[in-house]
Design a protein around this ligand. Structure first.
Ligand code: T5A
Length: 217
């Protein structure tokens, strides 16, 4: 019987406009150039049902029910994404690069007042033991990220972008605290640097942490 080695699970986290989507795409290209079969996905979303929940969340239709309800809906979307995309890909030996994941719930809904114990229980339900092997945290001042997002945007701000500056800075601190508390999983990248430099730092982090799982590694 041929046993396929499990793939590796990489998540990209950080505030608005920090460069996650840009670097997720670049990382996929780099992994493919190294001979890795890699899947690019995102949260909230990644499956048709989870994308429908994304629309509800980003349009602010869950917001009136409170931050705990938003955390629940993110967890429902995450469970569907885990079951239909992430776990099957990892089991087939593919690598998964996910633009935002469970740390975003900690940083956003946690700073909005949802108790950590509730968030841990939701993680146990939605994620279980299939936690990321590596999380890249893209760090930059919240105002800079919002300015980048505004320059790129064509339409209106979404429900979470509309929060005041102090809320965005609290989320930035929350991401840094998560990284500090789980150094074996997380690497913080200085996202104020030019795009190419940040991409190289992300590739170096993957090579340093997961290099032995790369083809020929
Ligand atoms: N959310 C999500 C929760 O509240 N809880 C959760 O559990 C989850 C999963 C998702 C929203 O949902 C919230 C968080 C979010 O508010 P989204 O549209 O996916 O919404 O939001 P973001 O992930 O923040 O997406 P953005 O597109 O705003 O940010 P990115 O992906 O970090 O930034 P990116 O790559 O699109 O770059 C933005 C611009 O900056 C440029 C890019 O070219 C682009 O124009 N750029 C740089 N410019 C200069 N120097 C660099 N180094 C640059 N890197 C990128």
């Amino acid at each position: 019987m041929v046993v396929t080695a499990r793939g590796r699970f990489i998540t990209l986290e950080g505030g608005e406009g920090a460069g996650k989507s840009t670097h997720a795409r670049a990382l996929i290209r780099w992994l493919e150039s190294r001979g890795v079969d890699a899947v690019l996905t995102r949260e909230p979303g990644g499956t048709p049902h989870a994308e429908a929940l994304r629309t509800l969340l980003l349009e602010g239709l869950v917001a009136p029910f409170g931050a705990e309800a938003e955390a629940l809906v993110f967890a429902v979307a995450r469970a569907d994404h885990m079951n239909h995309v992430i776990r099957p890909a990892l089991a087939a030996g593919r690598w998964v690069v996910c633009d935002r994941f469970m740390d975003s719930t900690r940083a956003y809904q946690g700073t909005a007042g949802v108790p950590l114990e509730v968030l841990h229980r939701l993680d146990r339900l939605a994620v279980g033991d299939d936690r990321p092997d590596l999380t890249l945290v893209f760090d930059l001042p919240a105002a800079e990220g919002l300015a980048r997002a505004a320059r790129r945007r064509s339409g209106e701000t979404d429900r979470f972008e509309q929060d005041v500056a102090a809320v965005h800075e609290a989320r930035r601190r929350a991401f840094l605290e998560i990284a500090q508390s789980e150094p074996e999983r997380c690497v913080v990248l200085d996202a104020t640097r030019p795009v190419d430099e940040v991409s190289r730092a992300a590739e170096d982090a993957v090579a340093a942490r997961l290099g032995s799982a790369l083809p020929g590694g």
